[in-house]
Design a protein around this ligand. Structure first.
Ligand SMILES: [Zn+2]
Length: 177
């Protein structure tokens, strides 16, 4: 009788421990989420050699289809030559890495982040296109002074006036959504 009770108690405790671990693991994942809302484990699940539909990419990364679409608008390449449209795993991995990297690099006021140099750079002629992304954010787009590659910077829309004093900004309202 005593052993049976003991066994039941042990089983119960093991159950609690498993539950606690599960809760902890779930909570821990949130801390790992980076700026794109994708945690590192999910990003590593992207295979560079395969292609993904928008839905497959969303499932693999644990984000919504709408999130993937917003990434396409902000520069994630989408192959539109056939349906369904496809995303190269390689391009998706690069996009996520660039975003993670860009969020770590402190930029000077007159700099954008260059995807090629992987560093802050001044846009050529201080010429910058401003493309609204969401109701609150916009993307500044220019050409890197060093390598002529694309450089960009996400800003709050409320800062557009401020950056207009730093750069020569052309607002491209039409390109949103
Ligand atoms: Zn560059």
């Amino acid at each position: 009788m005593r052993t049976k009770l003991q066994f039941a108690a042990n089983t119960l405790m093991a159950g609690f421990a498993a539950l606690a671990r599960l809760l902890y693991a779930t909570k821990g994942r949130d801390f790992c989420r980076n700026q794109t809302g994708v945690d590192a484990d999910h990003a590593r699940a992207i295979k560079v050699a395969r292609t993904y539909t928008v839905e497959e990419a969303a499932n693999t990364l644990g984000v919504s289809v709408g999130t993937i679409r917003s990434w396409v608008k902000s520069g994630l390449p989408l192959m539109r030559s056939q349906r369904p449209f496809l995303i190269l795993g390689d391009a998706l991995r690069n996009f996520l890495e660039n975003r993670a990297q860009a969020s770590k690099v402190p930029l000077l006021e007159n700099q954008l982040y260059c995807l090629t140099c992987k560093a802050g750079s001044t846009p050529m002629g201080l010429l910058v296109d401003c493309i609204p992304q969401t109701s609150k954010t916009a993307r500044l787009l220019g050409l890197c002074e060093v390598c002529s590659g694309t450089c960009n910077r996400m800003i709050s829309r409320s800062k557009i006036d401020h950056f207009s004093q730093v750069f020569c900004v052309a607002i491209k309202e039409g390109q949103q959504a």
